[in-house]
Design a protein around this ligand. Structure first.
Ligand code: FE
Length: 390
């Protein structure tokens, strides 16, 4: 038996946030990141709507990027004291991911972090609160997914939490919130969305329920990302929807080794963090060439859906060329070397990174199985920009 799960309601379009006026509840806790929602006036708007709905509110502010286990536990404690029947998470991926995890420990205070690490093993939520997610970036799609990434800084590990219990009840996809993203963030999050859709389409978990969402998202990203990057309002709006469609696809079809590699290299080098979407954008064409041995017909479908013609082999090559062109246009480097990772450090660490990447939760649904040795070769190709021919 398979399962396909999305939020019960997705409100989108101009002024989608005003649905908060009609929401039923008594007390809402609002989980926020660093302050952009406040600065741009979106928090006040949300508070105004919730007041109209007669809902008492309390803020949990300053969730850091890559939220920690401590932040989650502190937030859950605030929730236990305030006893909200609504959790409203607003902002980028981090506050929404953190709020999802807080929700679990609010409803189950005696559960430990270790107990929810096993994917799809969560206790049943919604006994105390429902969850509303309002996203301000166009990439992670956490407003519609069953995932949350929490970091244990003491152990230096990122925990990807996964369970349909943490799929939000209501997602609000209001394009006005995404209009404030700077160009670099627009580029990185846009390529993250493209990666989600492509990995979901070729995943071993792909299905007739997720394929149309993935293909439409891919089409829209190729159509709208260039103008969205330049700040065009309509293109921004379409990208906000495209990333959400990609999220609906990958929340149910899962991902592949582009994400495994991005997860394990993101914080691996002393020269600085590689932003998630940027890492994905760099790795994507290399991984397509590696996976094509097992999935060239699926990549052929993707290429033909965006107007590329030819045999599956020709389609794979043309699709990779197109991604390369987009990366150039978006000022994304072609290799890890170009990104600034030092050669000696790369060589010293690549073996261990390869083992970690193969062990990542996203590797299981990749269309082509991969050994640590192959992963090391693949990572080396992404460092020097050499051809993937194995
Ligand atoms: Fe991603």
């Amino acid at each position: 038996m398979m399962r396909f799960t999305l939020p019960r309601d997705i409100y989108y379009g101009k002024d989608a946030m005003s649905v908060l006026k009609t929401i039923k509840g008594k007390k809402a806790v609002i989980v926020l990141g660093g302050g952009s929602m406040k600065r741009f006036g979106f928090l006040d708007k949300a508070l105004g709507y919730l007041k109209e709905a007669g809902i008492e509110t309390k803020l949990i502010e300053n969730v850091e990027p890559d939220p920690s286990v401590e932040t989650v536990m502190k937030g859950a404690e605030v929730m236990r004291e305030f006893e909200p029947d609504l959790i409203v998470a607003m902002g980028g991926g981090s506050p929404i991911d953190a709020a999802k995890a807080m929700w679990v420990f609010y409803e189950y205070p005696d559960t430990s972090f270790e107990e929810i690490l096993q994917p799809f093993s969560f206790p049943e939520l919604r006994k105390k609160a429902k969850f509303v997610a309002i996203s301000s970036t166009s990439g992670t799609a956490t407003e519609v997914t069953a995932f949350s990434v929490i970091t244990d800084y003491a152990k230096g590990i990122k925990y990807p939490l996964a369970d349909f219990n943490i799929t939000p009840d209501i997602a609000i996809v209001d394009p006005e919130l995404a209009s404030t993203m700077p160009p670099k963030l627009t580029a990185h999050t846009g390529m993250d969305a493209l990666t989600h859709a492509i990995e979901a389409y070729v995943s071993t978990m792909n299905s007739p329920f997720t394929d149309p969402l993935a293909l439409k998202a891919i089409h829209m990203v190729f159509d709208y990302l260039p103008d969205s990057y330049k700040g065009d309002t309509n293109a921004r709006e379409q990208m906000h929807y495209a990333q959400c469609l990609a999220g609906e696809a990958f929340s149910n079809a899962l991902l592949g080794i582009v994400h495994s590699m991005a997860h394990k290299t993101g914080a691996a080098f002393s020269t600085g963090h590689i932003p998630h979407g940027c890492a994905n954008a760099i790795y994507l064409p290399y991984v397509i060439k590696f996976n094509a041995k097992c999935a060239k017909a699926r990549y052929g479908d993707i290429a033909r859906s965006i107007g590329i013609e030819g045999s599956d082999e020709e389609c794979v090559k043309a699709l990779c060329d197109k991604i390369d062109q987009y990366n150039v246009m978006l000022n994304i480097p072609k290799t890890l070397k170009e990104f600034g990772v030092l050669e000696d450090e790369f060589k010293a660490k690549v073996g261990e990174i390869a083992v970690n990447a193969v062990g990542d939760a996203c590797t299981g649904s990749n269309p082509r199985p991969i050994t640590p040795e192959e992963m090391e070769k693949l990572l080396t190709c992404t460092y020097y920009g050499t051809e993937v021919d194995f």
